[in-house]
Write a protein that binds this ligand. Structure first.
Ligand code: NAP
Length: 264
């Protein structure tokens, strides 16, 4: 990346307080972006905001539950009131847990689908209106390879991420005429606060089993995935839209899901 690729660009990152969201926010700020981080837990948001501020970046933490349309409206309004525009939206917020499909309750289904699918739609539709007015913008949706492979144990997340992939392509086709690019990024397993604990690969043993089954023989690093996210949001990707970039070390080519890998 050239230095200051995102100078004066305004970026919203949902789930920006932890894991991949935090890393993408740090990197965007380092490259000159004004970063608005949004999620429910203010403590996590403030921790990340401090990290960005300490490095000289500009950041605003806005407590937001992406399942709530009114809160997303407030997030978008606050961003525009303070910074005048929205250049980049990264829909990264997610929830997930392992459950056999026949044991999944309606509440469990809603908990995940409302964050991933509804949340991505609320953020994209509201930020998208601003981007249409501007005549430019970039939306990046963080998905997972099971959006197209499916995966035992995560029917809620796989269904929602598949919906987000369809949304990515649909909005790319509709909004290209307004100068808006919409892409998706599908990382492989990476160790973060939430995902590895919720999907039960937080132990060294589980990570070894996964690595053994990935063609490139390791998990993804949050750093390398965040770099790809920045590339997709940068002018270097100006002719890429409606695409999904997969960075999973080749895992999905072997048909591996999280559960398959953990089962050896
Ligand atoms: P993470 O640390 O758990 O991040 C998830 C973020 O979503 C948290 O910051 C959380 O913040 C936020 N969030 C959850 N519910 C929310 C809500 N209702 N409203 C607003 N924000 C909400 O996990 P991660 O691994 O960094 O995940 C980042 C993305 O990568 C996700 O889209 C995930 O599906 C994807 N991904 C991860 C892996 C992996 O192996 N780690 C693999 C493939 C794809 P609050 O709790 O503060 O709300």
């Amino acid at each position: 990346m050239e230095s200051k690729t995102f100078k004066n660009k305004v970026a919203i990152v949902t789930g920006g307080g932890t894991g991949l969201g935090r890393e993408m926010s740090l990197k965007l700020a380092k490259e000159g972006a004004i970063v608005v981080i949004a999620s429910r837990n203010m403590e996590n948001l403030q921790g990340t905001a401090k990290l960005i501020g300490d490095e000289g970046g500009t950041v605003l933490a806005v407590p937001t539950d992406v399942r709530d349309h009114a809160q997303v409206e407030a997030l978008v309004k606050t961003t525009i009131d303070k910074f005048g525009r929205i250049d980049i939206l990264i829909n990264n917020a997610a929830g997930n847990f392992l459950v056999p499909s026949e044991k999944l309750t309606p509440n469990g289904w809603n908990a995940v689908v409302r964050i991933v699918l509804d949340g991505t739609w609320f953020c994209s539709s509201l930020a998208g209106k601003q981007m249409i007015e501007q005549g430019e913008g970039c939306i990046l949706n963080i998905i997972a390879t099971y959006a197209w492979t499916g995966s035992p144990g995560v029917v809620h997340s796989a269904s929602a991420k598949a919906g987000v992939l369809a949304m990515t392509r649909t909005l790319a086709a509709e909004w290209g005429q307004y100068g808006i690019r919409v892409n998706a990024l599908a990382p492989g397993a990476m160790v973060t606060e939430g995902a590895s604990k919720n999907l039960k690969f937080d132990s060294e043993q589980a990570q070894k089993v996964i690595a053994k089954n990935v063609p490139l023989k390791r998990l993804a690093s949050v750093d390398e995935i965040a770099e790809l996210a920045l590339f997709l949001c940068s002018p270097k990707a100006a002719y890429i839209t409606g695409d999904v970039m997969t960075a999973d070390g080749g895992a999905w080519l072997k048909g591996n899901s999280f559960l398959d890998m953990l089962n050896g």
